[in-house]
Design a protein around this ligand. Structure first.
Ligand code: V47
Ligand code: SF4
Length: 375
């Protein structure tokens, strides 16, 4: 069904008046408010959401669907915090803990030399003994091996700790990291901003205000970033809208966010397993409402290792225009939490096929969405 048909459908007097008003706003390029977003979550059926979200997606990007050639480095899973949803955290000396040395990491980087990767995504636990200077040295050495690689690294949670440990202000700490080679900041650590839920699932780590301030300061010193939400656990729709409202507000101010990445809670091997997981319908619905609400975010990403390839492919009709990258089996966060892909890895051909199979145009991008190759 096209957007014209949506008009015909909603003009029908039996159609829900609130949903009709929201559809009119979308068609007229007007921003929806928090109450509208809640109404979409609570009342709208999936097909209706898909049409509105797809209308926005195609207006912004046409059929273009972005991916990149990337790999992850997770220097350590040792962390001073114990977020309840985290399946991979370990304490020093605990079975299953890892801490790679800079030499180990450089060996990994060396193995990607000449392969065409454009991005390395580096995140891990907040290790009590590792600091800003350690990670600075690591980044400098990485760039000696692959000078043009984009380093997207450290969640706001890791950044808060390392900058505090270095006794620097946020602005000075981030500027220093930029000098060392930090090019952008990934969206992790956001989880859910509402204080009631944040307290329940990750009480100890960086607060909502701190997460937002770190991203705001990063944007100020010229470091772009992403934003995530961890959804599908104990939060309700109001909490999700509250989360997005904080991001939309900051983006109005700085325009420094590149992409929004909803991350579905995966339940294996963590202390929230009993909660279970939401359905794939809920995943698609959440992508669609995110696309409709976050009008100032250029991109919406479905991170395929977290939801599986099939839902990532379907999401391309629900507002998503980016499916992250090749990954090359280099992240453990989702395999340890029970995601479908136990060894997440896709070749460029796999990604191109996945995108072309749903009649979209695959675009290899760099981290900042400059086009590298159109397929
Ligand atoms: O902040 C941890 C999430 C995040 C679980 O910016 C879990 O391009 C679900 O932020 N179930 C880190 N999620 C990953 C992340 C990310 C991933 C891909 C791309 C980008 C980007 C950022 O992983 C954490 C947390 O929200 N996480 N455990 C779990 N059991
Ligand atoms: Fe540590 Fe991050 Fe896991 Fe929380 S989610 S316990 S901060 S590694």
């Amino acid at each position: 069904m096209s957007i014209q048909n949506i008009k015909t459908l909603t003009d029908n007097s039996t159609f829900d008046i609130e949903l009709r008003k929201i559809a009119d706003k979308v068609i007229n390029d007007e921003r929806i408010n928090d109450k509208d977003a809640l109404t979409l979550y609570e009342k709208a059926e999936l097909g209706f959401l898909g049409i509105l979200a797809n209308y926005i997606r195609e207006k912004k990007h046409g059929d273009k669907t972005y991916f990149n050639k990337n790999f992850h480095i997770e220097p350590t899973n040792i962390c001073i915090y114990s977020c309840k949803f985290c399946s991979y955290v370990r304490k020093i000396g605990q079975e299953g803990a890892w801490e790679y040395s800079i030499e180990d990491i450089l060996k990994t980087v060396e193995s990607y030399k000449g392969t065409g990767v454009t991005e390395v995504h580096i995140v891990g636990g907040v290790h009590p003994k590792r600091d800003l200077y350690y990670y600075g040295e690591m980044m400098q050495k990485i760039k000696k091996i692959i000078p043009n690689i984009h380093i997207k690294a450290f969640t706001a949670v890791e950044l808060e700790y390392m900058i505090k440990k270095a006794k620097l202000s946020l602005e000075d700490g981030l500027s220093k990291l930029k000098e060392y080679g930090l090019d952008s900041i990934p969206g992790g650590g956001a989880e859910i901003f509402h204080p009631d839920i944040r307290k329940e699932i990750c009480d100890e780590k960086a607060s909502t205000d701190m997460w937002l301030t770190i991203h705001e300061t990063a944007h100020k010193v010229g470091i772009p970033s992403n934003a995530t939400i961890l959804y599908g656990h104990v939060e309700n729709y109001e909490h999700r809208v509250h989360h997005m409202s904080k991001l939309r507000e900051l983006q109005d101010k700085t325009k420094g966010f590149k992409t929004y990445i909803p991350l579905k809670f995966r339940k294996e091997n963590n202390s929230m397993s009993h909660i279970g997981e939401v359905t794939s319908i809920e995943d698609l619905k959440n992508f669609a409402v995110s696309r409709i609400y976050l009008d100032n975010f250029p991109h919406l990403k479905a991170y395929w290792p977290s939801i599986g390839r099939n839902i990532a492919q379907l999401s391309l009709s629900f507002g998503v225009d980016d499916i992250d990258g090749t990954i090359d089996d280099s992240t453990k966060i989702y395999s340890m939490a029970g995601a479908e892909d136990q060894n997440p890895k896709m070749t460029t051909n796999d990604l191109v096929k996945l995108i072309k199979d749903v009649k979209r145009i695959p675009i290899e991008r760099d981290t900042l969405y400059n086009v590298i190759n159109t397929f």
